[in-house]
Write a protein that binds this ligand. Structure first.
Ligand SMILES: [Zn+2]
Length: 341
């Protein structure tokens, strides 16, 4: 497999082109732009502090954190509560594939930091149906498969809209995500959610999911009444983009609460078994790891060594975990692993 000599994008990645030096078009256009569009970290942090001062805190919480129990969202939770002094409610979406250790990690962190916590666990049969359909191929616009597997995109849709729903219903001004710096590409780490834009974003995800599972998904998305509260639409905040982010520091600080990395999970996820399965499926169907775009960006921007990124995309998921997921989803047919084109 040929890969860009600067980042790690492979020749199987859609639309990729290499020049004579073996550098890909994404790296070349990055050199040209040199982060001009990105607001510097300090400016963003100041912007967030100013927002904190100017926004009235009417409800019982200042922020809802989408809390997966992974390292990044665990660290984010600590930051929001301790550094920024916010009243936090953590929200975990339980997709039915959290390792046992993740439940323990969640308990250690929410108790250690001292925040309220809610778990939302939809009927597993509903989720199973969705994940099975998502395993068969693309449900969403084509571009989404370049950034994440269809299974993960489905799961993230739930996470995003449940947190937003909680925020609107409880007048919480900030929805906070633990995306690491590379994951917030495209949108700013701080922005006010616009009801019209959110409505069209939801439609793209909701429509295919509704086709699969019907009205049973309604409790997890915004309903028409939520759009009548335009003034309650919160800010979306991704603090790991504007605070110092070092993986070793993150791991050390959360280990102090008793957080441990689940052994059985692959290198790109510290909190979900489904991830290994979804990665392998995506790799078979599309010919590249669904994290390759994200990891390449990280290498390009100097957050990660190229060799380490390579190691992560080439690491295969634990076969026992993948088998467990397949069995739990009731997937036996090998034709699932056919190539997509
Ligand atoms: Zn490249």
């Amino acid at each position: 497999m040929k890969r860009c000599v600067k980042c790690i994008l492979p020749n199987s990645f859609p639309g990729i082109a290499f020049d004579q030096q073996g550098v890909c078009n994404h790296c070349r256009s990055y050199e040209g732009s040199v982060q001009k569009s990105q607001e510097p970290r300090r400016k963003l942090e100041r912007k967030f502090s100013e927002l904190l001062e100017s926004i009235p805190r009417m409800g019982n919480y200042d922020c809802v954190i989408a809390y997966s129990g992974g390292k990044d969202s665990s660290y984010t939770l600590k930051l929001m509560s301790e550094r920024f002094g916010l009243r936090v409610v953590a929200m975990t979406f339980d997709n039915g594939f959290l390792p046992e250790l993740t439940y323990q990690n969640i308990r250690h962190v929410v108790e250690g930091v001292g925040v309220d916590h809610i778990t939302i666990k939809p009927n597993f049969q509903l989720l199973r149906k969705i994940f099975v359909e998502a395993s068969k191929g693309a449900l969403y616009p084509k571009k989404t498969v370049e950034r994440a597997s269809t299974v993960c995109t489905s799961c993230i849709a739930f996470v995003k809209f449940i947190s937003l729903r909680v925020a609107i219903e409880q007048s919480i001004p900030f929805v906070v995500f633990g995306w690491s710096p590379r994951q917030v590409s495209g949108s700013s780490p701080i922005f006010k959610m616009n009801p019209m834009i959110i409505k069209s974003m939801q439609k793209v995800l909701y429509t295919p999911l509704h086709r699969i599972a019907g009205d049973a998904i309604n409790p997890y998305f915004l309903e028409p009444r939520h759009f009548t509260f335009a003034d309650r639409f919160p800010y979306s905040i991704s603090p790991l983009s504007f605070v110092e982010y070092r993986e070793d520091t993150v791991l050390r600080e959360i280990a102090a609460y008793g957080w441990r990395r689940p052994d059985e999970v692959d290198a790109n996820s510290t909190n979900c078994l489904l991830n290994s399965f979804a990665n392998e499926l995506h790799r078979t169907q599309y010919g590249y790891n669904p994290y390759v775009f994200e990891l390449s960006k990280l290498v390009r921007e100097g957050y990660l060594e190229r060799s380490e990124a390579l190691e992560r995309v080439e690491q295969l998921g634990n076969p026992a975990v993948i088998e467990l997921v397949r069995r739990r989803l009731g997937l036996v047919s090998p034709e699932l692993y056919a190539k997509r084109k």
